[in-house]
Design a binder for this molecule. Structure first.
Ligand code: XMP
Length: 535
């Protein structure tokens, strides 16, 4: 989950969380999620065309889509076989909405299963790269070459096409790689257009969204800002809003949007927990008070946080203590702001999707935002202007709002801060040691021009001491680990193949410049099985 305000998600608030989002009405394509690994990616690809797209669970009720300007529906892939008992099916509103529908893999089989065709297990599974040949012209494949490469992943095949459909492309193994009922705007793909291994996939999605669904691609950053500003004004009226700033991009952009909408009705609270990276607290204060002229309450609370963390080494206890301390301080400050009825949060779309699918059997790996909670008597309505956006979209909005570049492109940073990057005891001395090493990592990554290519890069202070030699002296100091990962989102990540020269420079500088550290190692674990943070 991307870093954002350290505000916990489970605030005791009335359930009006969707108020800002609901007020936005735009041409929409809905992706119904049948459990495929890549569903979120489909939504991202459509959004890249400047078309608003929502990812919803497959059993979404009709009422949820009634208020939308629905232009098209995409049925995602999924792990099931359509003919299995209890396999999920497309709800009735999909086929009587009159909207064009694109079925991908499982979604394509659903057409055949629900509209009168026949699906059966294939003789062999088709998985991985394949070549597809067009057999008939159609709007979906317009502009594509006769043969193109795709990424297949299916075990079932369509034996009998449903009435009204024709096969418009075939693959080596299957006579129906793409099927169409052009009249109704129904299309099925046996392969995944959303993944990079289908190089022409974007064109197929564009043909569907723009030619078939007649979306005009007008969902731009400027539009989003205008509509959201109107929605915030409508929700808040003359009310007062408070917002917790963390230094991360999400809470910063959320605050900037709300500030644009209602100016001085917004007060930001920045709880400086003493667990931030070098220079970050100063940057937040500078950006918001001097540059944006926002009303900012700056609470310097390092001592309280360090006291709460004294002698705590267990990662979960650290997280919970930090969460509780934050809530206590935030609440104390918030209560001083008379009649504040609204709380602005930088919740982003992956958080929303994740909580929609939470409770479906996934194990808790780490306590993220779900620690603590405001006391029940503190009822505030949420303003969450980013709850429909992916991280890269949040960054684009931040740029359009004129936030400083370093803030907009800052790597995600966890709410509990450096406390979960200092293994073992969290003391000021050890935090300073980590800050010194971390600053060097950051500087070197920036100098190498790699900052934007990495999802995150940082140092971890281990609690292992090792023996070294400096000049003629024996040293006995801590080992630091460098962590750098590439990722599209934080659900999975790979360790970055940083150049050896760069790693060498970091190691030299850290050992020479940071007192108390005499060894540097590089973390070469992907996620899974590792997580990005060490605790
Ligand atoms: P993990 O370590 O679970 O981290 O692979 C995934 C992403 O989430 C960030 N992270 C957090 N963000 N509060 C946050 O706001 C947290 O408690 C927290 N813990 C981890 C982490 O930096 C990475 O981007």
């Amino acid at each position: 989950m991307p870093a954002k305000s350290t505000m916990p998600d489970t605030l005791t608030t009335p359930p009006a969380a969707d108020a800002t989002a609901a007020a936005i009405r735009h041409q929409t394509i809905v992706v119904l999620d049948f459990g495929a690994q890549y569903s979120m990616l489909i939504a991202r690809r459509i959004r890249e065309l400047n078309i608003f797209c929502e990812l919803l669970p497959w059993d979404t009720p009709r009422e949820r889509i009634e208020a939308m300007d629905l232009h098209g529906i995409i049925l995602s892939g999924g792990p099931n076989s359509v003919y299995e008992p209890d396999a999920p099916q497309a709800p009735a509103w999909v086929f009587d909405s009159g909207a064009p529908v694109l079925g991908i893999c499982y979604g394509m089989q659903l057409f055949a299963y629900q509209l009168g065709g026949h699906v059966a297990p294939g003789a062999e599974r088709e998985y991985g790269p394949a070549s597809v040949t067009r057999t008939l012209d159609s709007p979906l494949l317009a502009g594509l070459p006769n043969d193109f490469d795709v990424w297949m992943s299916h075990g079932d095949r369509i034996e009998t096409l449903p009435p009204g459909f024709q096969s418009i492309a075939r693959s080596g193994n299957s006579p129906v790689a793409v099927m169409a009922d052009v009249e109704r705007g129904y299309y099925g793909l046996q392969f995944h257009p959303e993944v990079v291994h289908t190089p022409r996939g974007k064109e197929i999605l564009r043909n569907f969204a723009i030619t078939v669904c007649r979306c005009d691609g007008s969902w731009t950053a400027g539009n989003f800002i205008d509509e959201t500003v109107d929605a915030i004004r409508a929700q808040v009226g003359a009310g007062k809003v408070i917002c917790g700033l963390s230094g991360g991009v999400d809470s910063a952009v959320a605050a900037a949007l709300v500030h644009r909408a209602i100016g001085d009705q917004l007060t930001c609270i920045f709880v400086d927990n003493g667990l931030l990276r070098a220079g970050e607290a100063e940057e937040v204060v500078e950006a918001f008070t001097r540059n944006m002229k926002m009303h900012l309450v700056h609470i310097e609370a390092e001592e309280e946080f360090l006291a709460a963390l004294a002698e705590v080494t267990n990662p979960e206890t650290k997280r919970v203590r930090i969460g509780n301390t934050f809530v206590r301080l935030f609440e104390r400050e918030a209560r001083r702001i008379e009649d504040a009825r609204f709380l602005c949060q930088g919740t982003v779309y992956p958080d929303v999707i994740e909580s929609a699918s939470a409770g479906r059997g996934s194990a808790k790996i780490k306590t993220h935002h779900n620690v603590g909670g405001l006391p029940p008597d503190m009822k505030m309505e949420l303003v969450e202007p980013l709850r429909l956006l992916f991280k890269d979209e949040v960054r684009r909005i931040g740029e359009a709002l004129g936030l400083p570049e370093e803030m907009v492109w800052r790597h995600p940073f966890p709410g509990p801060g450096l406390a979960i990057r200092v293994m073992g005891d969290v003391t000021r001395e050890r935090l300073d040691m980590l800050r010194g090493a971390d600053l060097i990592v950051m500087q070197e990554v920036r100098n190498a021009g790699l900052y934007r290519d990495l999802w995150q890069s940082f140092a971890v202070l281990t609690d292992t001491k090792t023996v070294g030699v400096m000049g003629d002296f024996r040293t006995y100091g801590y080992a630091v680990a460098i962590r750098a990962v590439v990722a599209d989102d934080a659900m999975t990540a790979d360790w970055a193949r940083l150049p050896h020269e760069l790693l060498g420079r970091m190691s030299n500088r850290i050992v020479n410049e940071v007192h108390g550290i005499n060894r540097v190692v590089y973390d070469i674990t992907s996620k899974p099985p590792g997580t990005i943070e060490w605790e």
